[in-house]
Ligand binder design. Sequence first.
Ligand code: ADP
Length: 624
Amino acid sequence: MKETKEFKTETKRLLDMMINSIYTHKEIFLRELISNASDAIDKRHYLSLTNSDIADNNYEILVEANKEERTITITDNGVGMTKAELEEHLGTIAKSGSKDFMEAVAKENSPEVDIIGQFGVGFYSAFMVAKRVDVLTKSVNDNNASLFSSEGLDSYSIEDASKDSYGSVIKLYLRENTEDINYDEYLDEYKIKALIKKYSDYVRYPIKTRITKYGENENENEPNTYLELETINSMLPIWKKNKSEVTEEELNSFYKTKFMDFQDPISSIHINVEGMLTYNALLFIPKKPFYDMYSDRTEKGLQLYTKGVFILDKCKELIPDYLRFVKGLVDSADLSLNISREMLQEDRAIKKIATNVEKKILSELSRILRNDRDKYIEFFNDYGLNLKFGLYENNGEKKDQLKDLVLLKSYNADKLITFAEYKEAMKEGQKEIYYAIGKTKEAVSKLPQMDLVKAREYDVLVLSDDVDEFMIQVLKDYEGINFKSINQGDLDLIDEEESKKIDELKEEKKSLLENVKNALPNVKDVVLSKRLVDSPCCLTADGDVSFEMERVLKAQHHDIKADRILELNPNHPVFTKLEATYNIDKELADKYTNILYTQALLQEGILPDDPQEFAKNLCDLLLK
Ligand code: ADP
């Protein structure tokens, strides 16, 4: 008995979308049908564990193309479907995945949205390439076979049929070629193999092909059939193998082919997790950053597979921004093939995997740092900036995980060191971690503010990247020890007696300090310095904004200025000279003040507000 039924409205809409899908998406139909076949075999295998009558010990999926009929047939020996199941599963959109998909499409308001290509859309995707689809199937739970047939428009029919073995045969009658689309290409042996390789390489059951060709024989009416079946897929992906069974060479060579790199990665991380959440992951740190690492247009992300089926090339939810240089893939059995982009963001399994992936990468980095310093330095030179940004981002949310992975230049050690190493090497009585801004140790060495720090032999971290100081601010302290900029705030480095002397002197020199301040409208205060030994003066910043931050912010078009404090060294002959000059010639003394201030600015790498005035003052002085 043949029954013809109308598809539900929802199904019709989905079908319509499939038929009108853009060209590049069409090829995924094969992936969808193969993964249905694989699921069906999984189910039969599972049932056979408790019912040996329905077991088969030769599970496989066969993909055949017939050039004359213009058909593609996908055959599996899985569970099959009863008539009621055919009706339920193929007659309506029963599953939630397709519904979510439909909603996502409705939101995007375009039938050509990308999600068609990226996510599973199931059985109906057959209509992307087929004008008619027949499903001949026999369920392990029913001895009667049925045939479902639809031309994908409004209706489908179901009738009784005969079939010897359990399982399903899905037959696609390809659409006629159009000017733009050559459906015949799906009959091509190489195309079919390539599609199987691309999307279904790691399906657990052998996927075999047999192509039927006509007309190439002497006897042109005889089909020239490939009798030999060829297994196309590799089945067991390297990441599903047990970690201990995979050699480093295998991982390296997999990485190089998969991610098209010619060098071995710095490190490969292989994760097998089983339990509440089951997944496998392979992660690689490329030896050199990919050329597009910093490009805004490059999407970060790991490849996503579910049960060996390729879903998505760049799943950004799987990796935090600061680890965007990591290449790799995740394969989880706990995700649906129909997962949509919106769902990915909310998916708890994805979130858990991402947290774990991040943790694994960081612990691998800390392992390299411990065991192979040279390798870590090589890594850090290329990717260190990413870690520093990671530490700074979101107000230091990740600082505890990242603080021991950061390296900075050290004034004393002459090489890159960690905060822990700095702490370890602190001198007795040293209370703070000192840092200075400068491209090199030499540049820092010349800063007047270094006088006393050098005298004490305290080490100073040399911050040379723009982000460094921001990172330090977010960190606040390292294991309870505060950070201290050598040119910000009080240094507290001189002994008490000396400090008291300067405090007393402050009263005595009040009018000089006022004179100097009045000559410098851009300076917040003028003080007697407690940090200078050999230099006449220096500039320090008051408050949270340093000169370096001012520079970085300016480059980003923020007009935020550090508060300038001019420090004078009362023990320097220039100080005496300045004081004497104010007593006899205020105008000349103001010029001296300006020259001193500009000199201090220049030492901080800041250009004077009025270079002409500076040049003129200097000339006047030369002529004295
Ligand atoms: P999905 O596979 O994501 O659930 P589909 O639209 O592809 O969605 O399929 C709907 C249902 O039809 C499946 O859940 C399955 O129960 C059934 N089905 C599809 N293909 C087969 C097959 N080859 N063998 C047995 N059942 C199948």
